[in-house]
Design a protein around this ligand. Sequence first.
Ligand SMILES: Cc1cc2nc3c(=O)[nH]c(=O)nc-3n(C[C@H](O)[C@H](O)[C@H](O)COP(=O)(O)OP(=O)(O)OC[C@H]3O[C@@H](n4cnc5c(N)ncnc54)[C@H](O)[C@@H]3O)c2cc1C
Length: 538
Amino acid sequence: MIRISQMKLAPGHSREDLYEKAAKLLHIKKEQITELTVCRQSIDARKKPDVRLIYVVDVSVSGISEQKCVQRCKGKDISIVTRKRYAFPEPGVRPMKHRPVIIGTGPAGLFCGYELAIHGYCPILLERGQAVEQRCKDVEAFWNGGALDPESNVSFGEGGAGTFSDGKLNTLIKDKDGRGREALSIFVKHGAQPEILYEAKPHIGTDILTGVVAAMRKTILSCGGEVRFGTRADGIRTENGRLTGIFLSDKTVLETEIAVLAIGHSARDTFEAFLEDGLYMEPKAFAVGLRVEHPQKLINLSQYGDASPKHLSAAPYKVTAKADDGRGVYSFCMCPGGYVVNASSEPGRTAVNGMSYSGRDGKNANSAIIVSVTPEDFGADDPLSGIAFQRRLEEAAWRAGQGAVPVQRYGSFSDRASSGHIPADFAPAIRGQWKEADTASVLPPELKKAFEDGMEQFGRMIAGFDDENAFVSGVESRTSSPVRISRDETLQANIRGVYPCGEGAGYAGGITSAAMDGMRVAETIAAAWAPFEMRNGD
Ligand SMILES: Cc1cc2nc3c(=O)[nH]c(=O)nc-3n(C[C@H](O)[C@H](O)[C@H](O)COP(=O)(O)OP(=O)(O)OC[C@H]3O[C@@H](n4cnc5c(N)ncnc54)[C@H](O)[C@@H]3O)c2cc1C
């Protein structure tokens, strides 16, 4: 394959234009290109409003050898490459007495279950929440003013925390084993847009993601896996430091010697129960803050130099700063053309997050502006002290909004004057009940100050970011896990046979990295054990 990097085209071009440009750069005829695969597409807006798309493409040619073609081109942007393919390990030989169990069907559990199922390990997936079809109804009912279902909500249920999300799939994790690309290919195989395979900032959107999750479940079932919804793992049974079974919410015990803990970071009751059962865990740093909303046009103008650019989707942004007290302040989970969502999972506590649909065509842009906090802020002695801290913030948010999401103009939050960038009739876009309220009361004073320091600096990067008419809502408390469940080089916890996995255990920070960690755990289990032989009664 010949790889061409830095191939530039104007937005709105055709596929034919890609062939023409590649042929021109290779000094060959367009007809000599027998295959062209787009590996990556990014946006270069440095010379706005003259925005360009930058491509990395792999090309096969005929009528000339690849070596000769590349030699003729000179320059570092054209080279010969061999693509690394993802490889699942050869199976181990140790026989399993019972089927492996995966607790949680977020991206970590789902991808772990998928890999084990298609390779013959017949996993049993336990999910405390409901199948995605029922879960969507439960979440809509809550957003429309119904009661919160503590087991079926934005955090719990099939697909995990990211099901009602923007579905951003980019990750900072290096992909030397090809897991990241394989995860994206599995998404595409189950209904996601093929563009996610090459876009620099791929995203799926809630409307598509729900179908993808259901399709992956069907594949798992068709390969001999099993998924039990409405089934919570409540405890770990051990003998001589080894796992022997999982206590379930229906008061039965599921016999197993292998359990993957892919419980996400919101399963606070499960952390408590497993800690009591002897699982080693420790507190870890995370970040908290508030969601901030702006008109998407303001972000487009800042990023593209045009508030309504043709052929380009709603612009994202990423901003970071240091507060006066040295804390990091940064944007997180930015949702272009998206909505703020009530993502609570416990009665009497309010947490927010962000989502968008595949078209990212909402009027508002939102992101969490968060401030880093460490065990020094909330206590290092108790492994669950970060959870207690999150709960205090969420209770304050619930009180401020009296059960609805508390929302406030940034001008009244922080005495900011108008910069003239956001009109006074700008309105929030929120899924769930909301109420104008004293959001400023939700954060402790030192975190509120750090948040404001960050907002002021972001206002210098994106004009209007700290305008009085922007909105802040809260509280953004579930940015990453406040706990780490330790695991060794075999990926097992201090209780043998238990594999902490994904975001809740502290090994991932988003949909794709959680999926990759799930695949890694599946590979580790498969390399040690033989595929499961189904017997009557299993
Ligand atoms: C609204 C929202 C938007 C987001 N947007 C993005 C985004 O755009 N891009 C991105 O990369 N990340 C996003 N995230 C974060 C992302 O969703 C998580 O990083 C990811 O889902 C973590 O995957 P996981 O499998 O480790 O855990 P989770 O997805 O949290 O899954 C854990 C699963 O375990 C189940 N469970 C918990 N305890 C038990 C138990 N005791 N028994 C049985 N089942 C149990 C839960 O019900 C849940 O389904 C978003 C999160 C939210 C809430």
